[in-house]
Design a protein. Structure first.
Length: 208
């Protein structure tokens, strides 16, 4: 079984826009307790890698085949050093024999960045919404640092007035963006997911 009901949301998002393919390297932000990691690890298959990041510790899976594909990083994605650790973890799965070209991302080729990060709820919607948007923007920055050309991005955000501006920013970096509210999350109706398909340009390293 899955560790979270959230697993079904990723399944629905993936059914809709085909984000995770076999052999992919996937970075999963806000991954605890690990439902999305289970779905992603199944979808990438034995040749894929999934890197899960969370403030909380993510327990190993019972299934050794999944454990072999999953790496976890415990840390705060709003901190630069956590992002550096994620880039490092992604680099470890790269084809190290390939010559480093300036058009390549700083890490190994990451095919997909997904974020289900959510703030601790204060109960005051405008505050929670602002925090959610902040986390979504952090995920977007991370995606821009990591994602290969053609890569996909999925991010959760609570609906609110600034989401359209955020969506417009994401639209500039991807072939197209689709907003959706998966059935599995309709009871938590304030959340939507933006799916950015097909990153337009690979990141350029500072100093290039
Ligand atoms: N997708 C997960 C699953 O399927 O099991 C559920 C994710 S849960 C809805 C949101 C997660 O975001 C929480 O585990 C929380 O600790 C994490 N989170 C919130 N802020 C974070 C941050 N700044 N850095 C890393 N993780 C964060």
């Amino acid at each position: 079984g899955y560790r979270s009901r959230a697993a079904y949301k990723l399944k629905q998002l993936d059914d809709l826009e085909n984000v995770i393919e076999r052999g992919d390297t996937v970075v999963d932000l806000g991954a605890a307790p690990g439902g999305w990691l289970q779905v992603a690890a199944q979808n990438v298959g034995p040749d894929g890698t999934v890197i899960g990041v969370d403030l909380q510790r993510i327990k190993p899976f019972d299934d050794d085949e999944l454990n072999d594909r999953v790496e976890t990083v415990r840390g705060d994605m709003t901190e630069e050093r956590t992002r550096e650790r994620v880039i490092e973890a992604a680099g470890g799965s790269a084809d190290e024999t390939a010559p480093a070209a300036s058009s390549e991302p700083a890490s190994g080729p990451v095919d997909v960045v997904v974020s289900d990060m959510a703030p601790n709820m204060s109960g005051e919607y405008s505050l929670d919404q602002a925090r959610s948007l902040y986390l979504a923007r952090q995920a977007f920055e991370t995606a821009l640092e990591l994602l290969d050309t053609g890569g996909d991005f999925v991010v959760k955000v609570f609906q609110g007035p600034d989401v359209e501006a955020f969506r417009a920013d994401v639209e500039e970096e991807f072939r197209y963006v689709r907003a959706t509210s998966p059935k599995a999350s309709r009871d938590e109706s304030s959340e939507i997911y933006l799916i950015g398909k097909g990153r337009l340009t690979a990141p350029v390293r500072p100093g290039d």
